[in-house]
Design a protein around this ligand. Structure first.
Ligand SMILES: [Zn+2]
Ligand SMILES: [Zn+2]
Length: 345
């Protein structure tokens, strides 16, 4: 069988699996939505103010990763719950120690007498990382009035909290006075269509390519049959031999919020974010107030920019600006840029 051709850096028009976008404007709560381009699916980092997200977007979210349970990162749980209550697909919520208690406390604050076994089969699965190799799951089932059930503890081989054939999400623990998680979304492999080869083969572009690319990404058996609408069937191996696809390293998107500017945090964050395609990073204080930022275990914009530079990321986006600087957004952006150009001392 043939192999998918390796992508060259000069290739244009690359299409990644997900599209990242901040939930709020820079002075709002931190939060990042990852929208899958070809699927009715989304992932969310943090549960702060979700008001800007349409109900239809929230209904597609399957996994939420919570950095820590300060209110500006968790208060959106209620809006999400209300919108998902009649859904049948589970919602998985990942987070640091204390997450399961926090989910339970949220659910216990409402009256559920109207829920019974005829209600929609919706469950919340809380997956609490112990910051080492344990991931403890609990289920809260709508049909059981959200009474918690313990599902057991999975031993992790690495800090990959969620693994899918097409991608995984990994976490690191940072210090924010309390443990606070930073996350990286890592696409398994980028697969693009070689349009000229498709034309040579007389094959049309169409929905069949989504499934075919998934098969390439998951290293499916080359004898797998791919159905190409009115053109009939073709073996995956034959498509690969004809070099119909090009592959390359998958996209990496990092999200780091609420962290102190310490040596330990820097080395952990650089290990997570190094060489990423995107880094979304908090940096909400001006340098003149760096003592205040340090006392609140937060970064300044200058520090955030210097971290992004040291991580050599392709694109960095500052977020979670302190409301004390409303009207001075440009000063924060300027200091972030200054950090980007000077890097870490
Ligand atoms: Zn916080
Ligand atoms: Zn915060």
């Amino acid at each position: 069988m043939g192999r998918a051709e390796t992508l060259t850096s000069t290739e244009r028009g690359v299409v990644f699996l997900v599209q990242p976008r901040l939930v709020n404007e820079p002075f709002g709560d931190a939060g990042l939505l990852l929208n899958f381009r070809f699927k009715s699916r989304a992932i969310l980092f943090d549960l702060g103010d979700l008001a800007p997200l349409p109900a239809g977007t929230i209904s597609r979210i399957g996994q939420v990763f919570v950095s820590h349970m300060h209110m500006d990162h968790f208060a959106g749980f209620d809006r999400m719950l209300r919108l998902l209550l009649n859904r049948t697909a589970d919602l998985q919520v990942f987070g640091p120690p204390g997450l399961t208690d926090a989910v339970e406390a949220k659910l216990r604050s409402y009256t559920w007498n109207l829920l019974d076994e005829t209600s929609g089969d919706f469950s919340i699965i809380a997956a609490e990382w112990d910051l080492r190799d344990g991931l403890a799951r609990s289920r809260f089932k709508a049909r059981n009035k959200f009474v918690p059930e313990t599902l057991g503890v999975e031993t992790l081989a690495s800090a990959r909290l969620f693994v899918d054939p097409d991608f995984h999400v990994e976490a690191v623990e940072l210090d924010h006075g309390i443990p606070c998680l930073a996350f990286a979304f890592q696409e398994s492999m980028r697969v693009n269509v070689h349009k000229a080869r498709l034309d040579e083969l007389g094959l049309p572009v169409g929905p069949w390519l989504t499934e075919a690319k998934h098969l390439v990404r998951t290293h499916a058996d080359p004898d797998t049959i791919v159905t190409i609408s009115e053109h009939g069937d073709m073996k995956l191996g034959d498509l690969l031999s004809a070099k119909a696809f090009v592959t390359g390293p998958g996209e990496r998107i990092c999200y780091a919020t609420d962290l102190a500017f310490t040596e330990a945090n820097l080395s952990r964050l650089l290990a997570l974010a190094g060489g990423s395609d995107y880094l979304f990073i908090e940096g909400g204080f001006l340098d003149e107030d760096k003592a205040i930022a340090a006392s609140k275990r937060h970064l300044t914009a200058l520090q955030a920019g210097s971290i992004a530079a040291a991580a050599r990321v392709a694109r960095s986006v500052p977020m979670h600006f302190s409301p004390r600087y409303l009207g001075r957004e440009q000063s924060l952006l300027d200091e972030f840029q200054k950090g980007l150009s000077t890097g870490l001392a």
